[in-house]
Write a protein that binds this ligand. Structure first.
Ligand SMILES: [Zn+2]
Length: 116
């Protein structure tokens, strides 16, 4: 991974974290709002747990992204955790929390299909 690629992925992750934090804040506000006005989902099923779920998912992703930022500063940055080969840059850009190269991801999914 070049210095430019490293920077690009880091910025991508930081932007994503920022967006998720905004999403969490919006949902916390929305959850504390007692009216269902402007409810984006099904109005006949106004479950507060939907917002709770969104918040939980977002917070989970923030955690993963934060760990990825730490990973980017290690000597293993950009390397597949299974085979040690460089992870494709396009793959890292589309899914920065992915720690496997395309080959290993395919092998893993084949294995999962085989097991089920
Ligand atoms: Zn691999």
């Amino acid at each position: 991974m070049t210095r430019e690629e490293h920077k690009e992925i880091r910025e991508l992750i930081e932007l994503r974290v920022h967006l998720l934090q905004t999403l969490v804040e919006e949902n916390i506000q929305s959850a504390s709002n007692t009216t269902t006005e402007g409810w984006p989902l099904s109005p006949k099923d106004p479950l507060p747990s939907v917002e709770q779920k969104v918040i939980e998912n977002a917070q989970h992703e923030i955690l993963e992204l934060t760990q990825t930022l730490i990973w980017l500063d290690t000597e293993h940055a950009g390397l597949c955790e299974q085979c040690g080969n460089a992870i494709e840059l396009d793959k890292l850009k589309s899914a920065p929390t992915n720690r496997c190269c395309a080959y290993c991801t395919e092998q893993n999914s084949l294995e999962t299909i085989g097991k089920s």
